[in-house]
Design a protein around this ligand. Structure first.
Ligand SMILES: [Zn+2]
Length: 413
């Protein structure tokens, strides 16, 4: 059977190799073909680790697919595809491979650090474009417990311990102190980090732990009964540090503060903002009362049964640039005055806003008037008999809607 010798099993740092083309077939993707070789250094997608990329002679390799016993498929540019039987030179993108080695080996180390310190097994691992995730059986996570494991992991990294690969039988594996059981049958590949960790794995690893450089946890959360930890290792840790540093400095610069004083400066600003909002609201109420008195002086008298003196004062007005809260505040200030009815509106572009209110001793059903007005404005609204709010998208009919409500009010017996 055609199969592929997997060179990355022997040497994870091998990037250049020669191989014979066994087959070239349709890849199911336009402009690409699937090339099978007698040997390859390309790691195919699997085990939480993404595919390698690179080139076969002139042809770009976009992705490699693991077909188990049938070998590895290289999806390459059809335009430069090699012919069956040809001898080709393969080259793996080293920057990408090294990044994967750092994240993947970092995962082995971090996972074992959680086992050693907290007895927490790893249940899942995903390497993504920016960071990686592990799902841990860590029942009571916290920053302190997690950073303790991160410290232990970095101790192992900086010890620069050898990382060895053993090919063993299932019986031999059963006698080894493995961190996790293998899902495979037959011969096994065991990855050992000297004096620290042993686990079955088919991925690409560092030769020594020092290659990992640094392991840093970015964040954690509880997810489906497990603790999900997002981490970065190696060059990604440096890239992440740069990003975090830039963000922290940018925030602090807005306050002319030092980088690490950002959170304090933001907290102070939020506190100040809260006080200012409270003051603005109090001033808004004072202003609404003053405006209400002015409007009432201009208000006309309308007839209305059951109100003191036989008449109610009506304030029907469209006001510019009022938000819903401002409009309601003014209406409330108006109807603090006995016998007053307020029919107020405001516009915001094509949208119209309405607040109808009346003093307890004034006539009219604000809810009913509001419903009719909103129908005219092609919107919706309602409320209680003494206070209703609404709006619609026909601000061109706003004045008319208020006039209609005012005339209904006058018509009441
Ligand atoms: Zn591994």
């Amino acid at each position: 059977m055609d199969t592929t010798e997997r060179l990355y099993y022997q040497d994870s740092h091998l990037t250049k190799f020669d191989a014979r083309v066994l087959s070239v077939s349709d890849a199911g993707v336009e402009g690409r073909v699937a090339v099978r070789l007698d040997r390859t250094a390309f790691y195919p997608t699997g085990g939480g680790q993404p595919t390698d990329t690179g080139a076969l002679d002139e042809a770009r390799v976009f992705e490699c697919v693991d077909e188990e016993e049938r070998g590895v498929l290289h999806l390459v540019e059809a335009a430069h595809a090699p012919e069956v039987g040809a001898l080709v030179r393969g080259e793996v993108d080293w920057t990408r491979r090294r990044d994967h080695i750092q994240q993947h080996t970092g995962q082995h180390i971090l996972s074992q650090a959680f086992v050693e310190l907290h007895g927490a097994e790893t249940r899942g691992f995903r390497m993504m474009s920016e960071a990686s995730e592990i799902d841990l059986e860590l029942a009571s996570p916290g920053d302190a417990a997690i950073e303790e494991a991160v410290n232990r992991a970095n101790e192992i990294v900086w010890d620069d311990r050898p990382v060895r690969v053993h090919h063993v039988t299932a019986e031999e594996a059963a006698r080894m102190p493995l961190r996790k059981d293998s899902e495979r049958e037959g011969a096994l590949r065991i990855v050992e980090i000297e004096g620290f960790d042993m686990s079955p794995c088919g991925g690409t690893h560092a030769h020594r732990t020092g290659e990992v450089g640094l392991v840093a946890v970015r964040s954690w959360e509880r997810a489906r009964g497990l603790t999900r930890i997002t981490f970065v290792a190696g060059a990604r840790a440096l890239a992440d540090y740069r990003r975090a540093n830039r963000t922290a400095r940018a925030v602090a610069a807005l306050f002319s503060a030092g980088r690490d004083e950002g959170p304090e400066a933001v907290a102070r600003l939020l506190e100040e903002n809260k006080l200012l909002l409270r003051r603005a609201r109090a001033l808004g109420e004072t202003a609404a009362r003053a405006e209400a008195r002015e409007l009432l002086e201009e208000a006309m008298q309308v007839s209305g049964a059951g109100t003191p003196g036989g008449g109610a004062r009506l304030v029907a007005q469209v006001l510019e640039a009022r938000d819903a809260e401002g409009l309601k505040r003014l209406a409330s200030a108006l109807v603090e005055h006995a016998g007053t009815v307020a029919l107020l509106g405001s516009r915001e572009g094509a949208d119209a806003r309405l607040v109808f209110a009346r003093a307890t001793d004034a006539p009219g059903d604000m809810n009913a008037l509001m419903r009719e007005a909103c129908q005219m404005l092609e919107g919706r609204g309602g409320g209680r008999p003494d206070m209703a709010q609404g709006g619609g998208r026909r601000s061109d009919l706003l004045v008319e809607a208020i006039e209609q409500a005012a005339s209904k009010l006058s018509d009441e017996p």
